[in-house]
Ligand binder design. Structure first.
Ligand SMILES: N[C@@H](CCC(=O)N[C@@H](CS)C(=O)NCC(=O)O)C(=O)O
Length: 125
Protein backbone atom coordinates (compact mmCIF):
# COMPACT_ATOMS: atom_id res chain seq x y z
CA UNK A 1 0.00 0.00 0.00
CA UNK A 2 2.86 2.34 0.92
CA UNK A 3 4.60 1.64 -2.39
CA UNK A 4 1.44 2.27 -4.40
CA UNK A 5 0.87 5.55 -2.57
CA UNK A 6 4.50 6.52 -3.21
CA UNK A 7 4.17 5.75 -6.94
CA UNK A 8 0.90 7.67 -7.17
CA UNK A 9 2.54 10.62 -5.41
CA UNK A 10 5.38 10.65 -7.94
CA UNK A 11 2.90 10.46 -10.84
CA UNK A 12 0.96 13.42 -9.40
CA UNK A 13 4.17 15.47 -9.13
CA UNK A 14 5.22 14.62 -12.70
CA UNK A 15 1.79 15.59 -14.04
CA UNK A 16 1.96 18.83 -12.04
CA UNK A 17 5.33 19.75 -13.51
CA UNK A 18 4.20 18.89 -17.06
CA UNK A 19 0.98 20.89 -16.82
CA UNK A 20 2.23 24.03 -15.10
CA UNK A 21 0.20 26.98 -16.35
CA UNK A 22 1.95 30.03 -17.70
CA UNK A 23 2.08 32.95 -15.30
CA UNK A 24 0.60 36.23 -16.58
CA UNK A 25 2.87 39.03 -17.78
CA UNK A 26 2.81 41.60 -15.01
CA UNK A 27 4.00 45.16 -14.71
CA UNK A 28 6.30 46.08 -11.83
CA UNK A 29 3.38 47.70 -10.01
CA UNK A 30 1.19 44.64 -10.42
CA UNK A 31 4.01 42.38 -9.30
CA UNK A 32 4.57 44.48 -6.21
CA UNK A 33 0.86 44.37 -5.32
CA UNK A 34 0.79 40.59 -5.78
CA UNK A 35 3.95 40.13 -3.71
CA UNK A 36 2.36 42.14 -0.90
CA UNK A 37 -0.67 39.88 -1.07
CA UNK A 38 1.53 36.78 -1.11
CA UNK A 39 3.19 37.87 2.14
CA UNK A 40 -0.19 37.67 3.87
CA UNK A 41 -0.95 34.05 2.99
CA UNK A 42 0.63 30.66 3.59
CA UNK A 43 -0.51 27.39 2.07
CA UNK A 44 -0.30 24.39 4.39
CA UNK A 45 -0.10 21.37 2.15
CA UNK A 46 1.19 17.91 1.35
CA UNK A 47 3.45 17.82 -1.72
CA UNK A 48 1.56 15.09 -3.56
CA UNK A 49 -2.00 15.88 -2.47
CA UNK A 50 -4.08 16.41 -5.63
CA UNK A 51 -6.18 19.13 -3.98
CA UNK A 52 -2.96 20.96 -3.05
CA UNK A 53 -1.69 20.60 -6.61
CA UNK A 54 -4.93 22.20 -7.80
CA UNK A 55 -4.33 25.21 -5.53
CA UNK A 56 -0.65 25.49 -6.51
CA UNK A 57 -1.56 25.42 -10.21
CA UNK A 58 -4.23 28.07 -9.70
CA UNK A 59 -1.76 30.33 -7.90
CA UNK A 60 0.78 29.89 -10.72
CA UNK A 61 -1.87 30.85 -13.24
CA UNK A 62 -2.44 34.05 -11.25
CA UNK A 63 1.30 34.76 -10.97
CA UNK A 64 1.01 34.55 -7.18
CA UNK A 65 4.16 33.17 -5.50
CA UNK A 66 2.56 31.20 -2.65
CA UNK A 67 4.54 30.51 0.51
CA UNK A 68 3.99 26.86 1.35
CA UNK A 69 4.51 24.69 4.41
CA UNK A 70 4.61 20.92 4.26
CA UNK A 71 2.26 19.66 6.97
CA UNK A 72 3.31 16.06 6.34
CA UNK A 73 7.06 16.30 6.79
CA UNK A 74 7.47 19.47 8.82
CA UNK A 75 6.35 18.72 12.40
CA UNK A 76 6.20 22.42 13.34
CA UNK A 77 4.00 23.20 10.33
CA UNK A 78 1.73 20.29 11.20
CA UNK A 79 1.32 21.58 14.75
CA UNK A 80 0.67 25.14 13.55
CA UNK A 81 -2.05 23.82 11.25
CA UNK A 82 -3.65 21.65 13.92
CA UNK A 83 -3.61 24.37 16.56
CA UNK A 84 -4.50 27.27 14.28
CA UNK A 85 -6.95 25.66 11.88
CA UNK A 86 -8.32 22.98 14.15
CA UNK A 87 -7.38 19.91 12.11
CA UNK A 88 -4.66 18.44 9.95
CA UNK A 89 -6.41 18.61 6.61
CA UNK A 90 -4.84 20.08 3.51
CA UNK A 91 -4.87 22.29 1.59
CA UNK A 92 -5.41 25.01 4.17
CA UNK A 93 -4.65 28.66 3.53
CA UNK A 94 -3.58 30.75 6.51
CA UNK A 95 -4.64 34.33 5.87
CA UNK A 96 -2.99 36.98 8.00
CA UNK A 97 -5.46 39.77 8.64
CA UNK A 98 -4.55 43.42 9.20
CA UNK A 99 -6.00 43.11 12.72
CA UNK A 100 -3.24 40.63 13.57
CA UNK A 101 -5.61 37.66 13.66
CA UNK A 102 -5.31 34.76 11.26
CA UNK A 103 -8.06 33.06 9.30
CA UNK A 104 -7.57 29.42 8.37
CA UNK A 105 -9.37 28.50 5.15
CA UNK A 106 -9.90 24.84 4.21
CA UNK A 107 -11.29 23.44 0.92
CA UNK A 108 -9.35 23.82 -2.31
CA UNK A 109 -12.29 25.38 -4.19
CA UNK A 110 -12.80 28.02 -1.50
CA UNK A 111 -9.06 28.80 -1.43
CA UNK A 112 -8.91 29.16 -5.22
CA UNK A 113 -12.00 31.38 -5.23
CA UNK A 114 -10.44 33.54 -2.50
CA UNK A 115 -7.12 33.88 -4.37
CA UNK A 116 -8.90 34.68 -7.63
CA UNK A 117 -10.95 37.34 -5.89
CA UNK A 118 -7.85 38.94 -4.39
CA UNK A 119 -5.61 38.79 -7.45
CA UNK A 120 -8.03 39.36 -10.34
CA UNK A 121 -8.52 43.09 -9.65
CA UNK A 122 -4.72 43.51 -9.71
CA UNK A 123 -4.03 41.64 -12.93
CA UNK A 124 -7.03 43.03 -14.79
CA UNK A 125 -5.90 46.61 -14.25
N1 LIG B 1 -12.54 18.62 -0.25
C1 LIG B 1 -11.19 18.87 0.19
C2 LIG B 1 -10.44 17.55 0.23
C3 LIG B 1 -9.06 17.67 0.89
C4 LIG B 1 -8.49 16.33 1.29
O1 LIG B 1 -9.17 15.29 1.24
N2 LIG B 1 -7.21 16.37 1.69
C5 LIG B 1 -6.58 15.18 2.18
C6 LIG B 1 -5.16 15.07 1.64
S1 LIG B 1 -5.17 14.80 -0.13
C7 LIG B 1 -6.47 15.32 3.68
O2 LIG B 1 -5.97 16.29 4.21
N3 LIG B 1 -6.97 14.32 4.40
C8 LIG B 1 -6.91 14.33 5.85
C9 LIG B 1 -8.26 14.54 6.46
O3 LIG B 1 -9.25 14.69 5.75
O4 LIG B 1 -8.32 14.54 7.69
C10 LIG B 1 -10.54 19.91 -0.70
O5 LIG B 1 -10.96 20.06 -1.86
O6 LIG B 1 -9.64 20.64 -0.23
Amino acid sequence: MGVIRWILGKIILVIESLTQPKAPQLSATQKQAIDTLAQQVTLYQFAACPFCVKVRQASRKLGLPLNTKDAKRDIDARQELEQGGGRVKVPCLRIQKASGEAHWMYESDDIIAYLNKQVSPIIEK
